[in-house]
Design a protein around this ligand. Sequence first.
Ligand code: AMP
Length: 535
Amino acid sequence: MESINFEQLNLNPRILRAVKEMGFEEPSPIQAKAIPFVMEGKDIIGQAQTGTGKTAAFGIPVLERIDPSDKHLQALILCPTRELAIQVADEIRSLAKFMHGIKVLPVYGGQNIVNQIRSLKSHVQIVVGTPGRVMDHMRRHTLKFEHLKMMILDEADEMLDMGFRDDIESILEQTPEERQTVLFSATMPGPIRQIARRYQNNATTVRVIKKELTVPKISQYYYEVKERNKTEVLTRLLDMYAPKLSLVFCNTKKGVDRLIGDLKGRGYFADGIHGDMNQAQRDRVMNRFRNGRIDILVATDVAARGIDVDDVEAVFNYDLPQDIEYYVHRIGRTGRAGREGRSFTFIVGKEIYKLKEIERHCKTRVKRRKVPSIDDIESILADKTLDQVADTIRQTDLSHYISILEKKLEDEEYTSLDIAAALLKMTVKPMERDDVEDIPEKMYDTTFANTGAKDRGMARLFINIGKKQKVRPGDILGAIAGETNLPGKLVGSIDMFDKFTFVEVPMEHAKNVIQAMKNANIKGKSIHIEPANAN
Ligand code: AMP
């Protein structure tokens, strides 16, 4: 894998310092490609999804290009949702931590506009906003664009799906023509390309080309977990499978350090490597791993690149990797030389969609597993201990210990069963464990298994209105989001025909969507909705 480091991007040292503090070890592939162009002031079309590091891909160059001593609005970032606006503003603030005089403000609907206007007056240079609310401020002249240098459209396809196209175009029309326009979108449908053609200047398309990837033949599992439970789940799996050597991947150096501390604290023989360590330090850790003094190695992708250990029995994706290619490289560390290998991937919330993309792209299958309960672990550990007990009885002379126990039993305070049970408990329960609530599997209702959806896990629904009734995809999306509270992001493709429309929604929500939409009106017309018939 070809890679560059942040130093090679010639960043402002203050930004570089923030990037290091955030624990980013090297630019993600989309960052490595996009940052140099955007820093030069060029327009780009970046094709990237959430989770690829796209926010910093435009956030870093925005900070590089704005002038902290100029107190006017210099960069405007449009995002589809309030959550994303807040998240993007937070990430840019973190990146600007060591710069002085930079103000970033998220503005979105639902927030008190008077307060927003007051905040906007305090010399904000970067605004991250949803299109509707930005329009509102534009009309009230509380957002002024005379000094605007950069305009970023984040998740452009999502904004168009939500019916923001007119707003986006009005905003673009009002901003200085010589501005730099950066567009990020996960997909590139026609309307996005039209916007790019109309409002960008010689834009370069930047995307990470996905190579054909071959996934090694190993057993791959995933577990749905909460972020705070990851360490507990990891230790349960380590206890249950007892791999001889395990490799655990985190996305940041900070993550590596934190996890090593937690594992050592719980009595595991773990250590880690990351890019802040010099070669001698890394070699020392690697030697300890190879000769079994530690059996758990925690690493970032970068640090793990050079290592070569043959008998890794399990790879853990403690954090889901940012890039599909990383996933393949990571799990390829196990199952070498014909040995059996396993990989365990932790999934938090919506990362499940990214995992599905990995499965699709690599034509592989990652099976869901339930987090083992404390009882499961204890009975496995008890079985293992009792096997060892049987070996000891068979292979060694126990007369000395038998005589100690006979003396104890003479007191008749305990039975031999009491003593055996206590010894078993002491071996299988050496530490306190945290409670982990199980996250139940989203029910994939089989009613929706055969609707001909393009994407796995989605149900295709039929609605009896279409283009002839002057309905647009945004109306359908708006109706679903409005009636069901299903975030627009989760609605899949919408195919419109003259008299009907197909829309894809996640299977687990399909029943609710149908129920809620039964009595809905779209553009004043009552509709009928049902599972599509794939045949
Ligand atoms: P995004 O795709 O922008 O939503 O980013 C996904 C997550 O990756 C965020 O939590 C970022 O803080 C994090 N991130 C961004 N760039 C990097 C990097 N180069 N290395 C590690 N993590 C990163």
